[in-house]
Ligand binder design. Structure first.
Ligand code: Z5A
Length: 216
């Protein structure tokens, strides 16, 4: 695979599964080859999209409707895509994103119960059929991920959700991985950190080898 999207890798999973930790290891591995690597996240990645992130994550009295949440996420994503991701891919950089569209299917689709067809319309409108070349889904039992994440700071608006919400998100992610097992690779994130990293880097190495092979 040598198309524009092949250098776009996303990490997905519930809270506390270790996405930020593993993305740093992937970045180190890819940078060692001499390539440019852009590490980014969603919601966020540019100043404007980060402002929308704080709007999305700040706990508030007012109930945010799922449709308003969905459209704000896609507003942030539109800025992120056009201002940061696409230009980086066009100049040949790797782009590693902590979450992307799969998160919307899992959180707003499976979690909030919004119709998948509505999310698909926005995805098509923005990305015109493009998808990350590789997605790593870090999966672990919800309670363990919550315990890891909650050892840290005050809870954001998503983290205040009930455990049922995160169980639906997990089921949503696993269903997407099953439906698209070529792109979405599932990793057992409940293992010790170095074991997860070994699995993650083995997949990334194999993916790079496959890309090199198909480019020659
Ligand atoms: N959201 C959405 O609803 N729809 C969308 O379309 C998008 C996002 C894009 C913010 O995401 C929220 O946005 C998110 C969904 C929503 N809310 N939730 N939940 P985020 O990615 O910024 O938030 P997060 O999922 O809560 O990230 P996180 O808590 O920072 O988790 P992480 O990056 O996956 O984990 P980490 O920071 O690498 O690790 C957490 C801790 O565990 C840390 O202390 C590590 O040292 C430790 N750790 C990591 N791996 C291990 C292992 N293997 N063993 C033991 N300890 C470990």
């Amino acid at each position: 695979m040598t198309d524009l999207m092949s250098r776009f890798i996303t990490l997905e999973g519930g809270e506390g599964v270790g996405k930020s930790t593993q993305i740093a290891a992937i970045a180190d591995f890819l940078r060692a080859t001499g390539d440019e690597v852009v590490v980014t996240r969603e919601p966020g990645g540019t100043a404007y999209a980060e402002a929308l992130r704080s709007l999305l994550l700040t706990p508030r009295e007012e109930i945010v409707t799922p449709s308003a949440e969905l459209l704000t996420l896609f507003a942030a994503r539109a800025q992120h895509w056009h201002a940061l991701i696409l230009p980086a891919l066009k100049r040949g950089a790797w782009v590693l994103s902590d979450r992307f569209v799969d998160a919307t299917y899992a959180y707003q689709g499976a979690g909030r119960g919004l119709p998948v067809a509505d999310i698909a319309v926005l995805e098509r409108w923005l990305l015109q059929g493009r998808q990350p070349g590789l997605t790593l889904l870090l999966d672990m039992p919800v309670a363990e991920g919550m315990a890891r994440a909650r050892a840290r700071a005050a809870l954001d608006r998503f983290e205040q959700e009930h455990v049922d919400f995160f169980e639906r998100v997990r089921v949503g992610y696993l269903a997407r991985a099953e439906a698209d097992s070529q792109r979405i690779r599932c990793i057992n994130a409940a293992q010790p950190l170095l074991a997860v990293q070994t699995d993650v880097l083995a997949i990334v190495r194999a993916y790079c080898a496959e890309m090199t092979g198909s480019a020659t």
